[in-house]
Structure formats: structure tokens, C-alpha cells
Design a binder for this molecule. Structure first.
Ligand SMILES: *Cc1c(COP(=O)(O)O)cnc(C)c1O
Ligand SMILES: [Zn+2]
Length: 425
């Protein structure tokens, strides 16, 4: 099917045949996460820097030769991917930096990068004749799978920890998912979903366990290459929970490098929250990660037991990148700064990447003159409660101009100096 050659276990290196039945390495179990290996020589014959635009697809499907999907299979009709990459000049100026791009994943159909993975999951589930898809999720994988499933007429059963933000929960329910709210942390929701999936044989869209999901996520990097006119940035910054997203970011650049479309792979900066940073610590110590409490407002990366640690750490190391942890206050500051300088409103896990970039500038890990792409992984409207913590206060007035003037002056706002254009009229 397509150009997939086989699957390879990231733990023991064993080769597994591609197919609908197997998800993890039979020898290593849940830790035997598989990597999808392609016939790159054949792919290279059929693609060029110009060939993707010729597909006419303004979506992730413009990269079909690199995806574990048969072109003849039915796919979700939702438009996933081909999200904008903004040259964020005002943000760069505020940071005293040269070139900062922002990849806005919040404009995907269910408003996060997870749609790139869920579109693959729904496509493969449907092709395998499955009718019920399931996963556990901190929120976005859930709402994304539910949306992609409903768009193809599939049922979904979703397990979320009780703390999931209401916006994400409402998406699930509106998309018609059967929602199981687990009184426990993400780890508990994951374990229960795994047991239920085993018992009832639903299609498993669990992060990491399903090796095809990372393959969807990698399209974000393909787009970055094309959208930058094939100028590879020095750094790409992304937040890390289970580690599938960062693994996908690396895989995209790896694939394009393998077939000769780009001359090198950018360094990747992985960002976690200070209150839940098992992979940052594992990266620094070189030891296996230790399970961590999930103590952060950034719910999408509050993953105390990451499911894809090997692929994630390989991605950072092989790219010559690094990892960094940021405090919740810095995430909220970054959310406000991003919104106020780019017009992109992202949830805390999405703003963690910018907070990480700022920390990396300060530590000197990234030079301010290097070209950086920051991935804003999800839309801010999903989590209004935390946005309220980041947002400045509005001005409360009676419907009266004098009152307004007084309040504006009290805040030392430059608004009362007037707008030049208006004054000149
Ligand atoms: C899932 C998610 C992440 C992290 O992805 P992992 O694969 O869990 O590392 C980051 N940001 C947002 C908005 C997410 O939904
Ligand atoms: Zn194995």
C-alpha cells in the first residue's frame, strides 16, 4: 500500500510487516513503538519541489507519497493541514530577534495539530472496515478524532481525564462521540481506554501505540519547507507531551532530507512545562524518564508518563536540538505576547513553544539572529479559563465619554494622544 516498506521497532530494531492488525512490536509490547519505513528511492522518482503544488490539494494530502495511506481509500472530507506560516515581524521585533515564523495549527478543522494524526487514523480505520474508533487524550486528540470520525460516518468512544478543558469536552460531545470522563489523570484515562479497546476490539488511535499517527503529524514540517521556499530554518520549536508531535516534526524533515528535497534538517527545540517535564529531565540526564506529576495549566502537554519517549528523544538528539522547561507564568506571558503581536490566539500548550524560544534566547541556546519557526499547536478558544489568566483587564466604564477619558488617562494609555490619520483629516 503506497510506498510503505515495513515497520521497525524503535526499541529492538525488529522489522514488522505493514498491515492493519499490528500496532506495536510483538516482542517488546507497548514500549516497542514502531516507525514506518518507506521505499524512499521510489518516492524520490515521483516527487520534486514543484510536484506538491501540482496536486492542487491545499491540505495534508498534497504529500500522499509520504503517507501510509492508499490514494484510493476514502478520507475525511475535512480540510486538514496546509495551515498558514506567518512571518511574525512584530513578534521578532519585540524579542529583539531576526526572523521568527509562526505556524498556526489552530486553524485546522477541530483547531489543533492533532487533526493531522486523526485524519490518518480515521482513514485507516475505515479502510480496515472498522466502525468504532477510540482513544484516550488530554483533550485535543480526542476532539480531533471525534471530528474526523464523524465526518466519515464512524463512531468514536473517547476517554478523557476529568480535568479536560470544557471547550474540548464540548467539541467531543457536539461531534457525537461517546465520552468517558475518567476520574483520574491522563495516565488513568489511557490505561482504561487500552483495556476497553482490547476488550471490544475498537480501532486504537492512542498516541504512540498507533505508529501511523506520527506520519500524519510530519506533514507540518513538509509544509514549513514549502512555505519557506525551501529555505530550511535553523530551529523549529514545539511543545512536548507524549512526544508524538515532536517525533512527527523530525520525521517530516527526515523524509524530505532522505529524498533530497532539503539539504539539512533543522535543530528542534522541545518544550515542556516546569511542572511536568519528564522528557526534559531524561534528555539532560541521559537516563530513562521518570514518571512525573502533571502540574501545569498546559493540559495538552501535562503527560506524566509519556508514551513515545524514544522517538521524541531521538528526534531532538538526531536534529542536534535541545529541550527546555518553562514555568506556567511564562506560558501565559507568551500567550499574551503572541496574540498581541501576531493575531494568533493559542492555548497554553501552544504558547509553551514561544515561552521556550524566549527562554532559549535568554540562555543563549538559540541565537537571536537564527531563523526560527514556532509551532502554535492549538487554538486558544479551546481553553478560555486559562486565557482569562493570561489576559489583561478590560476597561470598565459607564456609557459615558468623560468616564472613558478618565479611565484611559489613568492607565496612561497612548490612545488618548489620538490617531495621526484622524487628526490630519
Ligand atoms: C498533543 C498536543 C501537544 C503535544 O503533542 P505530543 O504528541 O503529546 O507530544 C502540544 N500541543 C497541543 C495543543 C497538543 O494538543
Ligand atoms: Zn521490538
Amino acid at each position: 500500500m503506497g510506498y510503505v516498506r515495513c515497520l521497525q521497532c524503535v526499541k529492538c530494531g525488529g522489522i514488522v510487516e505493514d498491515g492493519h492488525a499490528v500496532l506495536t512490536c510483538p516482542k517488546c509490547g507497548d514500549e516497542g513503538i514502531l516507525d514506518v519505513i518507506y521505499d524512499y528511492e521510489s518516492i524520490a522518482h515521483g516527487v520534486s519541489r514543484e510536484s506538491f503544488a501540482r496536486t492542487g490539494e491545499a491540505s495534508m494530502w498534497r504529500y500522499m507519497p509520504f503517507l501510509p495511506v492508499d490514494p484510493a481509500w476514502a478520507r475525511p472530507p475535512l480540510r486538514v493541514g496546509w495551515t498558514p506560516l506567518y512571518d511574525a515581524r512584530h513578534l521578532a521585533r519585540a524579542l529583539g530577534a531576526g526572523t521568527v515564523f509562526v505556524k498556526d495549527e489552530g486553524v485546522n478543522p477541530t483547531a489543533s495539530l492533532k487533526d493531522r494524526a486523526s485524519a490518518i487514523a480515521a482513514t485507516r480505520a475505515n479502510a480496515a472496515g472498522r466502525r468504532i474508533v477510540a482513544c484516550a487524550s488530554t483533550g485535543n486528540a480526542a476532539s480531533s478524532l471525534a471530528g474526523c470520525a464523524s465526518s466519515m460516518g464512524l463512531r468514536s468512544c473517547i476517554f478523557v481525564p476529568r480535568r479536560a478543558p470544557r471547550g474540548k469536552l464540548m467539541q467531543l460531545l457536539i461531534y457525537g462521540a461517546t465520552v468517558v470522563s475518567v476520574n483520574g489523570c491522563y495516565h488513568d484515562a489511557f490505561s482504561l481506554s487500552a483495556a476497553a479497546i482490547r476488550k471490544w476490539g475498537w480501532y486504537n488511535r492512542n498516541a504512540a501505540i498507533n505508529p501511523y499517527l506520527v506520519e500524519g503529524k510530519k506533514t507540518v514540517s513538509f509544509e514549513i519547507c514549502e512555505q519557506l521556499g525551501w529555505e530550511v530554518p535553523h530551529w523549529v520549536v514545539v511543545s512536548v507531551g507524549d512526544g508524538c508531535t515532536i517525533a512527527g516534526v523530525y520525521k517530516g524533515f527526515y523524509d524530505f532530507h532522505r529524498v533530497g528535497l532539503i539539504p539539512r534538517i533543522p535543530r528542534i527545540l522541545g518544550v515542556q512545562a516546569a511542572g511536568c517535564q519528564p522528557l526534559v529531565q531524561a534528555f539532560a540526564s541521559g537516563e530513562p524518564f521518570r514518571p512525573s506529576p502533571e502540574d501545569t495549566i498546559a493540559d495538552s502537554i501535562a503527560v506524566g508518563v509519556p508514551r513515545n519517549p524514544t522517538k521524541a528523544l531521538n528526534a531532538v538528539r538526531r536534529s542536534g536540538g535541545t529541550m527546555i522547561a518553562v514555568r506556567d507564568e511564562d506560558i501565559l506571558d507568551a500567550m499574551r505576547l503572541l496574540g498581541a503581536t501576531t493575531g494568533v490566539f493559542t492555548e497554553p500548550a501552544g504558547a509553551a513553544s514561544l515561552a521556550g524560544l524566549i527562554a532559549a534566547f535568554e540562555k543563549g541556546c538559540i541565537g537571536r539572529n537564527e531563523a526560527v519557526v514556532v509551532i502554535a499547536t492549538g487554538n486558544g478558544l479551546k481553553d478560555i479559563a486559562n486565557a482569562e489568566r493570561a489576559a489583561p483587564a478590560s476597561i470598565e466604564v459607564g456609557p459615558c465619554l468623560e468616564d472613558l477619558e478618565e479611565k484611559l488617562k489613568a492607565r496612561a494609555e497612548d490612545l488618548v494622544a489620538g490617531d495621526l490619520v484622524l487628526q490630519g483629516e
